[in-house]
Design a protein around this ligand. Sequence first.
Ligand code: ADP
Ligand code: MG
Length: 409
Amino acid sequence: MIVHEILRNIFGFDHFRGVQEQVVKRVMAGKDSLAVMPTGAGKSLCYQLPALAREGTAIVISPLIALMHDQIRATEGLGIRAASLTSADSDRETTIARLRNGELDLLYVAPERATTEHFRRLVEQLPIALIAIDEAHCVSEWGHDFRPDYRQLRPLLDAHGDVPRLALTATADRRTRADILTQLGIPEDGLVVTGFDRPNIRYHVRPRDGIGGQLKQLLAGQPGAGIVYAPSRDKAEKLAEGMAGSGRPALAYHAGLDPAVRKRNQAAFVSSEEMVMASTVAFGMGIDKPDVRFVAHAGIPKSIEAYYQETGRAGRDGEPAEAWLFWGAEDFARARQGIETEVEPARQQGERERLNALAAFVEAATCRRAILLRHFGEDPPAQCGNCDNCLEPPATIDATEVARKLLST
Ligand code: ADP
Ligand code: MG
């Protein structure tokens, strides 16, 4: 079959991974799909390969210009003809000419451009191989990264009713998925979900009680490189200092640092087998380090999805890895406050529910992995045997005490 030849000869892979083949076959057959696959599972191939195998240009809607440019560089290296239309591209006229001449396999477009009348007219008469909507959780107000432009894509999609549409995301709970399907007009049976389990990651959740000391204790028994997520820039620097002070190589990373320093710290971390990076959530995306042995959160993440993403940076090599979450009732109080003061009213209820889901996760006395996987729509066994609650069942947990702490904030 032609797709296997393209996989081997163009992409240089012997096999499809996970559900890639299923998704690619659906697109080849002209069917609409929503693929929910974890980060690193290889979503890009699901549209890049059919873009080559089908006639016409594939339109790829993607929210981040930097990610588009990375992908274009990578695909050009494989001899694939790709370009982007975004506010950051100065060669738009050339790109449009290439598009019109049928000289592009892939056209990456920012959502604010893809939704314009002008863009719809541009591609109206052209052969389109497929329309991919990457990071499709941005469609949903319920999702964690809502982008209003994503909600205006329907006219473009409907103008190409026969062209397969492929929505892709790594993080969508049931409600977000349902929303994506409805918004983009994809039938329910077009949903393809792959395993979210990261069996080599051991999850631990602890009340915070002097984080500096807790980290010191953790590091004493924890070899390998790791990331400590801090709730603020200031805290990231303090934690880095503290860890370095107790003898472990440690650096800080956050958006307030000079770009040259950030780059240097990141490079030092990537090449180290023992360094700890204390950072804000600015660190991690696009960092390719398979041997991160642990990820610790010094405060609560933004959501369960964010927690899964951030802890997922540990153990990409498949070797045992640890995820530690240290939380305090004040984290939830601050987050609640933030919702009331910073989130627009229409989204507050959703945000409250997301925060409550996170609270339920940290307070749970049952298998952490099962809660995470159920959140992502899977139906896992009741016990994983590789999280704190499975390994040391909290028989004596005082639930009323936890509840009192949460309510009193
Ligand atoms: P995602 O978008 O799902 O996070 P990417 O599309 O960026 O993931 O792919 C992650 C990595 O996996 C890339 O380096 C890609 O080259 C690699 N990859 C994708 N498909 C395969 C495959 N079938 N075999 C081996 N490596 C693959
Ligand atoms: Mg991707």
